[in-house]
Write a protein that binds this ligand. Sequence first.
Ligand code: AGP
Length: 610
Amino acid sequence: MCGIVGYVGERPCRDILFRGLRKLEYRGYDSAGMSIVTDSGVNSLHAVGNLDNLEALLDQLDGGGTVGIAHTRWATHGRPSVENAHPHTDCTGRFAIVLNGIVENYLGLRKTLLAEGHIFTSETDAEVVAHLIERSYGGSLQRAVVEAFQQMEGHFTLCAVAADEPDVLVGVRKETPLVAGIGEGEYFLASAVPAFLADTRAVIYPEDGDVVVVARDGVRVFDLDGKPLRRKVQTVDWDEEAAEKAGFETFMLKEIHEQPAALSDTMAERIGPDGGVVLEGLGLSAEDIRGLARVVIVACGTSSYAGLVGKYALERWARLPVEVEVASEFRYREPVLDADCLCIAISQSGETADTLAAMRMARAAGARVLAITNIVGSQATRETDGVLFTRAGLEIGVAATKTFLAQVLAVLLLALHFAEARGHMGLDEIRSCTDELKRIPGLLSRYLDSEAPAQVAEVARRYAGSGYFMCLGRRAGLPVAMEGALKLKEISYVPTEAYAAGEMKHGPIALLDAGSPVLVVATDSPVYDKLMSNVQEVIARGARVIAVASEGNDSLADVADEILYVPRTDEMLSPLLAVVPLQLFAYYVAQARGEKVDQPRNLAKTVTVE
Ligand code: AGP
């Protein structure tokens, strides 16, 4: 939940590290800090709040050091404060560490260290690591890091530097991200590639328990016994431009506009010349798919709403029973799982702690696991029987947009693939769906380039002062309503609830009175008339209706106060289009309220703690 960056090279590292932190700010931004190894020892700097506050103090740090570590924090243990900001140092100030994740047994370790006379200056779980290294150090930082690591329980990535070894940076990971960057005479460790993308695209993805030793002559990887390991150097195809805003005022707006490309890329090579769906790497043969008795989809937040679209599609097209489970609940229940069950884990980051735990549980119970993720090399890809990658590209905005669309497309492709394998759809039927799917990126491009986003912005600004929104939908419109409500909550902080429209009369309708804004996903569907009855119930309470409707639907003109049209498509594919005006609506409500949409309060992009 935090961002880590480390550097060893020939250049003064202060500004390089800071630039790396800027790229990782989406991972956490309640405090930040940096430690640089110099001739006089380890010099550190900390600041509360976002990175602007650290930047204002940077001149206080020796600009000449060429080895250092830095951290941007999302608080778990200990409130955001200068004392709790990383890097943490030991009693002597000779060692500095940064940590992402949680040290679950820190209280016991801290107690022991205190009894031994160590002096703590923070409330964090991470500080124990600096003292463990101090205690173990006998001339090798690598060895001391390993000894500390072996005493720690939980899931974390840690990086350490030592005054006595001014040419070395050591990192180790356990179930949280760490990537090494290999530049020209300079080397990096970071939580994510964008931290060093300006300097290199050559990377190593260490495995769990790999000890990464970064020195002036290169990066070496060892196991915990000190045995050298071979890890492949890979080239990432993101360029720095992809990690920038490309002219948009925010990452979120840029990412909304990247959705047609996210869909095209995710679809590429997965629809064959005959119109059939071709999915590689699932780890499931046609016979396996035929043998499935049911599917359990585990995910969190936005990914779980993509899972709900998957449920409707798998039930309708592949005739498979599907449950969608919030991973944080699923992992602590006693779900019934067996070898006939497929667990599909959906996670854009592939690092969400609850989703990973649910995957492990499903595997342990004998179920097969298929991960749908956007991040190559993420933890989810290492703990699964098969992977279906979305190809949305890097998403920086904390509020997911393009990754959601890519997930929805992935589950639709998967459902079609399963439908064919199970004999519930012939190639002609599949082709008619895939032909329509192929049209969607173009339809969405046309929508985003039209006047429609400006119209959504205008409507959003008119309702931005509302104290409450309700979102309604039915069938494929329900996950869209839920995702729209989450976007409003996340970035505008306006209380918003989503309901299945038919459920409203069982309670939520009591919330409505004159002027209450109700967003209704009213695109074409077999239950459109039923939905219109629900809309009439809303209107009878004086509420104002903002409808998302299929282009050409004139019947809403007398019913809705505002109509946000989207291109017409098949109902099952409609979430790919209908969610976009709701993303934009949430965006412009937040903007009108003066909120920072890329960094919503209390949230982090990747939730690597439970
Ligand atoms: C989406 O806008 C949210 N930031 C959040 O709900 C997110 O979808 C959730 O934390 C799951 O993340 P994942 O897809 O990386 O597992």
